[in-house]
Write a protein that binds this ligand. Structure first.
Ligand code: MYA
Length: 588
């Protein structure tokens, strides 16, 4: 498939860049710490610009942005959007030549964190616009397309949207039915229907994905559809639980003629375009979750210190400390992992698809549990509509669902890591993956490679020596990950693709490994910067995070070996057969 051509496999990586994907290499037992140490940080000049943008954004929104009013009116006032555009937050990563701020991925994420702190609806409206709406123009657009659209989009004079999802293709995005047919003059005629499209009626330009035929083969194409094109109709608006200011619509395309200059990227390359845009978008949900959790944590700290019960502040109760301590330590880890991923993008590492999916899954689930615990600590007050918690909980419930449902992304993470291991096994000959004995001859090189690793397994060598205990533990986890991946491949062969219980464990393991590496890189940098003695708090958080993550990893490895997966499947199948729960304690 085309994606493989554009995102080099591990073996195809060029010589300068030793490896194309940090996370995929972990499944092979390889730790490329040169990609993740030292801790990446934007230049001082960019940091100053980020601070300035954040300050102006906060100041403006404190005066002019009312999340509840926007929820009631169901859209952000056009004047507010115009003024936000003037501040510069509509074109964060767009180069200055095209009217943007020219920020790196890290800079973009830092500002988006602030947007996430202010309001999830604001984050989604601006996120749909630039994180996915016109990201494709920036990544894959021709010079002409960039000149034509970016100046207006980057300043908020025009709005963008991203149209992939359809009634019959949500998670299974490859199976979209919208069809584009090439005309003799090179234009494309588009027919089909999209649903759940944010900024749906507001967008001036939409990146729309469709199937098409190229040289007799069924492919995908990305087209830039403009408001007002004949046959393009905006349908009804969805009524949603949260993010009620988001203009979520159905879209219809009836014989819409799209001129050849509106084809985005190569004809036939549409699926790769969509996935690459989403790889960027998913990081935004990870860093946005960091911002939203920071706000919740601040609210929680304020509340538990102030509220007294049983003659003492809530803050002094152990089970309150349990929740706050957990939020602090995991937030530190999530922040490290999401910004390390931004650093990989900024360093030009070609394949960050697994890392971005990990950030999305880890960030959105952490935010969900953190919001739930924060609301719990707020007690009855947390349930009131006059308080911020209930809106946050409604707004963020969609995060684990959109931009790739978390279960689907877990499968994607695991299979994305398993694949290079399978290729390595297969690449040495015609190996039946589940038949190692029959293939023993062709396995010799691979076994020798493994044996070399046993003598000199990959270790994290670039972490600060004060963190060597954790670095060694993570290195052992990586070795075990490679062994377990290979074992699962041998056991299940190609059927591993259906073994979702095990995929989930591998995905959670690699996420925890990646997060620990990120924490080690972050804290090594702090030690270098301000000295070990002066960094006691960060060291304490790192110890806590890494110990907890290591324990989760151990639990998952144990469950790979010993689990009740079959029982769960049997129970589910039985329930489907009965058609209901049916074990009534009392007769109706
Ligand atoms: S937008 C809609 C979101 N929709 C999705 O995310 C769809 C989910 N589905 C998928 O991602 C794919 O269909 C999956 C592929 C992963 C299931 N990078 O055979 P395959 C390659 C690079 O596995 P499938 C929305 O929700 C793959 O390697 N390559 O395909 C709005 C293979 O290539 P090759 C990738 O079984 C939200 C080929 O494609 C990737 O069909 C608004 C086929 O793969 C990838 N990622 O399943 C949010 N994936 O054949 C606003 C696949 O060469 C956010 N491939 O090996 C704003 C942020 C604000 C934050 C706020 C916070 C407060």
């Amino acid at each position: 498939m085309a994606v493989r051509e554009a995102i080099p496999s591990l073996r195809e990586a060029d010589t300068e860049q030793k490896v194309s994907s940090f996370a995929k290499a972990l499944f092979l037992g390889e730790i490329h710490d040169e990609l993740v140490f030292p801790w990446p940080s934007p230049e001082a000049d960019e940091q100053a610009r980020i601070r300035d943008l954040n300050a102006r954004l906060r100041e403006y929104c404190a005066e002019n942005y009312d999340p509840r009013r926007i929820e009631e009116e169901r859209w952000i006032p056009d004047e507010t959007l115009r003024e936000l555009g003037e501040i510069g937050v509509m074109g964060l990563y767009v180069d200055e030549r095209h009217g943007g701020q020219g920020l790196s991925q890290t800079g973009y994420a830092r500002v988006f964190e602030t947007i996430g702190e202010i309001d999830a609806t604001l984050a989604i409206v601006l996120g749909v616009h630039q994180s996915i709406g016109y990201k494709g123009i920036s990544l894959f657009g021709s010079d002409e397309q960039k000149d034509r659209w970016l100046p207006d989009l980057a300043t908020g004079r025009k709005f963008a949207a991203f149209a992939l999802t359809e009634p019959r293709a949500g998670s299974d995005a490859y199976e979209i039915q919208t069809r584009a047919v090439r005309q003799p003059d090179g234009a494309w005629v588009l027919n089909g229907e999209k649903r759940y499209i944010g900024n749906g009626s507001r967008a001036d330009v939409l990146t729309v994905f469709a199937r098409c035929e190229i040289d007799g083969r069924d492919k995908h194409i990305a087209l830039l559809v403009e408001k007002g094109m004949d046959g393009f109709e905006v349908g009804e608006r969805y009524d949603t639980m949260g993010l009620r200011g988001n203009d979520l619509r159905r879209l219809y395309f009836k014989d819409v003629r799209v001129p050849p200059e509106n084809v985005l990227g190569e004809e036939g390359d549409g699926f790769r375009v969509a996935m690459q845009i989403l790889n960027n978008g998913r990081i935004g949900l990870g860093t946005g979750s960091v911002g939203a959790t920071k706000k919740l944590l601040d609210l929680t700290i304020g509340h538990v210190k102030e509220r007294q019960q049983f003659g003492q502040p809530l803050a002094d109760f152990e089970l309150v400390q349990d929740k706050v301590g957990w939020m602090v330590s995991y937030l530190f880890g999530l922040e490290a992992m999401t910004y390390l991923t931004c650093g990989l993008v900024d360093a030009g590492v070609p394949d960050y698809s697994l890392e971005s999916a990990i950030c999305k899954v880890s960030g959105t689930e952490f935010l969900w549990y953190a919001a739930n615990r924060s609301l719990q600590l707020a007690g009855g007050q947390g349930y009131l509509r006059s308080e911020p918690w209930e809106k946050v909980v409604r707004d963020i419930r969609i995060f684990p669902i959109f931009e790739g449902a978390n279960d689907v992304l877990r499968a994607f993470i695991a299979l994305g890591g398993i694949k290079p291991v399978g290729e390595k096994l297969e690449g040495l000959g015609d190996i039946g993956l589940s038949d190692p004995i029959g293939s023993i001859g062709v396995l010799v090189d691979y076994v020798a490679d493994r044996a070399r690793r046993e003598v000199r397994p990959d270790r994290i060598g670039m972490a600060h020596e004060e963190l060597s205990g954790h670095a060694d533990a993570v290195s052992d986890q990586v070795k075990q990950l490679a062994g377990t991946t290979e074992k699962l491949l041998r056991e299940h062969g190609k059927d591993v693709i259906r073994r979702q219980f095990q995929q989930k464990r591998l995905a959670d393991i690699v996420a925890d490994v990646f997060a620990q590496v990120a924490v080690l890189s972050r804290v090594s940098n702090i030690f270098e910067d301000q000295g070990v003695e002066a960094s006691g708090q960060e060291r304490f958080i790192a110890d806590t995070f890494c110990s907890r993550a290591a324990s989760r990893v151990r639990g998952n490895f144990d469950q790979v070996e010993s689990n009740d997966d079959d029982r769960m499947s049997s129970l589910a199948k039985l329930a489907y057969k009965r058609g209901e729960y049916g074990y009534a304690l009392f007769e109706d």
